[in-house]
Write a protein that binds this ligand. Structure first.
Ligand SMILES: [Zn+2]
Length: 281
């Protein structure tokens, strides 16, 4: 019952992937937090000491920020066994799940079983259902140069997001340290303040990112999946599908029909958006 309801509420069918991505982001943040707590509480960069003529506050803040920026970069860009940053797997899986969704949706909407060969043989479909199952359809699609470029764009987008989060964290943490130095705050207290700021970043940026980005990968995969099935000669339109209890913004979009080109980049509409595309009938 729970699973059925979850799917009903989630037209993007990405709950599993979103939860998994969120879990990884939480882990990454937790590792950063652990490092900050242990280093800064332990007196690193002499952040709890009065300034001297040899070492100004500014010098210490600079050293701290250099250290923090490297810590953040290592955590957000850490590579996995494939040699890619750890989050690339989510881009690929989210995108592919969208391609597969498009395949299944199209099979239901465009073709009945007896029509498959006819449509396939006329060449209207570049990947006729009669010849390809969903997995080989997705594999063939993912070899196209255009699709590889799309995946690259999605990867660059998320890399930019992480860089942006890191840059905000660095600048906020720098201010926190300057303030602490001027008020002679103990290193342990400073470490806790930095950790609390990190928690805020996780809630405000990290977790929303895991949601919004997976929904984006999925929506883009769907659009490419639909577009490719239609080759050049079928005009395919997509329809906005919202969850059962959408936000007011998304509710207003329910059932709106878009040509595929105009649908690009529109979902997610907002950070908690779980909308997706279906073929317009
Ligand atoms: Zn939405």
């Amino acid at each position: 019952m729970l699973v059925k309801n979850a799917l009903k509420l989630d037209p993007s069918h990405t709950k599993f992937l979103r939860d998994s991505f969120e879990k990884q982001i939480r882990k990454v943040y937790a590792a950063i937090e652990k490092e900050i707590l242990s280093e800064i509480s332990g007196g690193a960069f002499r952040l709890g000491m009065p300034a001297t003529v040899f070492e100004s506050h500014a010098t210490r803040v600079k050293q701290f920020k250099t250290w923090l920026e490297k810590l953040l970069d290592d955590a957000f860009m850490r590579t996995d066994a494939t040699g890619n940053p750890w989050w690339v797997d989510y881009v690929n899986r989210g995108y592919k799940s969208g391609v597969l969704r498009a395949y299944h949706e199209s099979r239901r909407e465009i073709l009945d079983p007896t029509a498959q060969l006819v449509l396939g043989d006329t060449g209207l479909l570049s990947f006729p259902f009669s010849l390809h199952g969903p997995a080989s359809y997705a594999d063939a699609l993912l070899k196209q140069r255009k699709i590889l470029r799309r995946l690259e764009m999605l990867r660059e987008g998320i890399e930019h997001n992480f860089a942006d989060i890191a840059s905000s964290l660095s600048s906020q943490s720098g201010r926190i340290v300057i303030d602490a130095l001027h008020r002679n705050v103990a290193p342990r207290t400073l470490a806790r303040t930095l950790a609390a700021n990190l928690e805020r970043s996780l809630k405000k940026r990290g977790i929303p990112l895991s949601y919004a980005e997976v929904v984006r990968f999925h929506a883009d995969g769907e659009l490419d999946g639909f577009e490719n099935l239609g080759a050049d000669r079928l005009r395919l339109d997509v329809e906005w599908k919202t969850m059962e209890d959408p936000c007011p913004k998304c509710a207003a979009m329910a059932g709106e029909v878009f040509p595929i080109e105009e649908a690009r980049g529109v979902i997610p509409l907002h950070p908690q958006c779980r909308c997706s595309w279906v073929l317009a009938s």
